[in-house]
Design a protein around this ligand. Structure first.
Ligand SMILES: [Zn+2]
Length: 323
């Protein structure tokens, strides 16, 4: 589950903030314990002093360090018992006198070895959801309004747009819940204003909620990002990396761009890479399947029409009905 660099950075900043807050509140809590029980501070200093004495003595006399440590343990036992007894009267454990990391698995670093710890992953998931909410607002399956689609029979779809949309809606819902669905990609084809972006957003929300990373771009933005990376590169910043690495890529408005050699080569490279890596794409286009084949290279058309699951959207522009 590869979250984009930007999301990981934001999550990491939050983790650091939480660690600092934990450190501060723990120190305040510990200081309050020492204030209530001043004897604890005395014992602490005494324990440190005897430990330093024994170590110094061991070095001076080149004595047996094991024997010296045993002596230290014996000397300190009474002090430690007294400390434990005071702590017990406060209902505390010895650990309560030290700052404990928020996450014991990664000690607050966010990583266990090379792997992202569950605590940082959860923050990434929340940041991903925030990013999608900023893009799509509250679009969700629950708010999807089938009644906006006509229930009149339409010969073009051999059904009514509403019946067709009901089936599409159900399949989209089960797709989101079973994501990554063996890498299956979807092609949403139909005129503007029929809910293609809305349905993509509904899927994105569920997929992100389930802990997967999602990247979204209208194709215009996508090609602009590729141009930036190629012609105006910035060190350590890749504007296109998330399009390759995210678990789900949503590409909107295919067919609205000015088609050039560059856009065709970018599109092929991206779709082919994701296909090879079994990373799903949801592609929306206002072009009909036969128009796709005419507009793009046979390689692109064959990938889209041969491997994507096609959903066709019919009806009248629902945006006017919403207003
Ligand atoms: Zn952790």
């Amino acid at each position: 589950m590869a979250y984009s660099q930007a999301i990981v950075q934001r999550a990491m900043q939050r983790l650091q903030g939480e660690n600092e807050q934990n450190e501060q509140s723990s120190r305040a809590r510990i200081a309050a314990i020492y204030e209530r029980q001043p004897r604890l501070g005395e014992i602490e200093r005494e324990l440190r002093r005897t430990a330093a004495h024994v170590l110094a003595a061991t070095f001076r006399r080149q004595g047996d360090p094991v024997a010296a440590m045993q002596q230290l343990k014996k000397d300190n036992l009474a002090l430690q018992q007294e400390r434990d007894w005071i702590l017990q009267t406060e209902g505390l454990e010895p650990d309560d006198l030290t700052v404990q990391p928020l996450c014991p698995n990664c000690s607050g670093t966010g990583y266990v070895g090379a792997n992202m710890c569950e605590c940082l992953r959860e923050l990434c998931r929340q940041e991903q959801k925030k990013e999608l909410a900023a893009l799509f607002g509250t679009d969700s399956f629950e708010k999807f309004r089938l009644e906006l689609y006509s229930d009149q029979y339409d010969a073009k779809c051999h059904s009514s747009p509403r019946e067709l949309m009901r089936a599409t809606y159900r399949r989209a819902q089960s797709y989101a819940q079973s994501f990554p669905a063996e890498g299956q990609s979807l092609l949403f084809s139909g005129a503007t204003g029929l809910g293609k972006t809305y349905l993509s957003a509904c899927i994105a929300r569920v997929v992100a909620d389930r802990g997967f990373s999602v990247s979204y771009a209208p194709v215009g933005q996508l090609f602009a990002a590729f141009e930036d990376d190629k012609f105006r590169p910035q060190p350590d910043v890749s504007r296109t990396e998330p399009f390759f690495t995210s678990d789900l890529l949503i590409l909107d408005d295919l067919g609205t761009e000015m088609t050039t050699q560059f856009t065709i080569s970018v599109l092929y490279q991206l779709l082919n890479t994701r296909l090879m890596e079994k990373k799903p794409v949801i592609l929306s286009t206002n072009l009909a399947p036969n128009e796709l084949a005419a507009r793009y290279t046979p390689q692109i058309a064959s990938r889209l029409l041969g491997t994507y699951c096609l959903f066709q959207f019919y009806g009248d522009d629902i945006r006017f009905k919403l207003k």
